[in-house]
Design a protein around this ligand. Structure first.
Ligand SMILES: Nc1ncnc2c1ncn2[C@@H]1O[C@H](COP(=O)(O)OP(=O)(O)OP(=O)(O)O)[C@@H](O)[C@H]1O
Ligand SMILES: [Mg+2]
Length: 227
């Protein structure tokens, strides 16, 4: 039996003293594509934050990319984050530097120092997202969809096992959303696990995958028809 990449047992996710989601039991295998849906405030981002170490796992057991989330120490967090790529709704590119510099900044911060190797890696990830020609552009010189492609490229830099995407299409028009989604599906087909929070039901219909819903403080699997 292959080990799951994520396993949560009897987990309660807290924001301050409020239990946002209780009694979560979840296993995600390598290579899966999983949607997390639910209305605003239902706990999607809180669950994602628990996975990338932004919220402490205070109750229950969690294993994610070989880290024990309940025992995660502050100093483990950068290493946990090297095993995952994170994509946000608002892209979070640094506005004062070029696409190339946005990517080299992350590589340097995660221990890379050979310029040739960095250039080759940056070229590789830009090629994967179809944005090689944008290396020298500033974020404001490219469209929202293109900025999100760069954010996906950035998430791929350290060859993560998993991509966590929190409403990656939330700021994009429907056509651009489909294009970013096609990119994420392609990355998933090349073997990466993707966990994506969204409330874009049209997109889920178009790209069906296993779907979990946050509702009334709990998380449960839904079948496509009833989302
Ligand atoms: N930093 C915070 N401090 C305290 N409470 C918070 C914090 N962030 C979120 N919450 C609360 O936790 C609950 C879940 O919020 P969360 O952001 O996880 O929802 P969400 O499903 O991601 O919503 P959205 O669709 O709007 O992004 C909400 O009641 C919210 O008010
Ligand atoms: Mg959210």
């Amino acid at each position: 039996m292959p080990q799951p990449v994520l396993s949560l047992k009897n987990v309660t996710v807290y924001q301050e003293n409020n239990a946002v989601l209780t009694d979560i039991n979840l296993e995600v295998n390598h290579g899966e594509f999983l949607y997390i849906i639910g209305k605003t405030g239902s706990g999607k981002s809180s669950l994602m934050k628990t996975l990338y170490g932004d919220l402490k796992l205070r109750e229950g057991d969690g294993e994610f990319v070989d880290y024990n989330l309940a025992k995660l120490r502050e100093r483990d967090i950068p290493y946990l984050r090297r095993k995952i790529g994170i994509v946000f709704q608002d892209f979070k590119l640094l506005p004062d530097r070029s696409v190339y510099e946005n990517l080299s900044f992350v590589l340097k911060a995660t221990g890379w120092n050979e310029k040739r190797e960095m250039d080759s890696k940056i070229n590789e990830v830009l090629d994967k997202v179809g944005m090689k020609s944008a290396a020298n552009k500033m974020p404001h010189q490219i469209s929202g969809g293109e900025q999100q492609r760069i954010a996906v490229a950035r998430a791929l830099l350290n060859d993560p096992e998993v991509i966590l995407a929190d409403e990656p299409t939330g700021n994009l028009d429907p056509q651009t959303s489909v294009e970013v989604m096609q990119l994420l599906r392609e990355i998933n087909q090349n073997g990466k696990t993707i966990i994506m929070a969204t409330h874009d039901y049209a997109l889920i219909m178009k790209f069906p995958a296993k779907t979990l819903k946050c509702d009334s403080g709990t998380l449960f699997e839904v079948v496509q028809r009833t989302v």
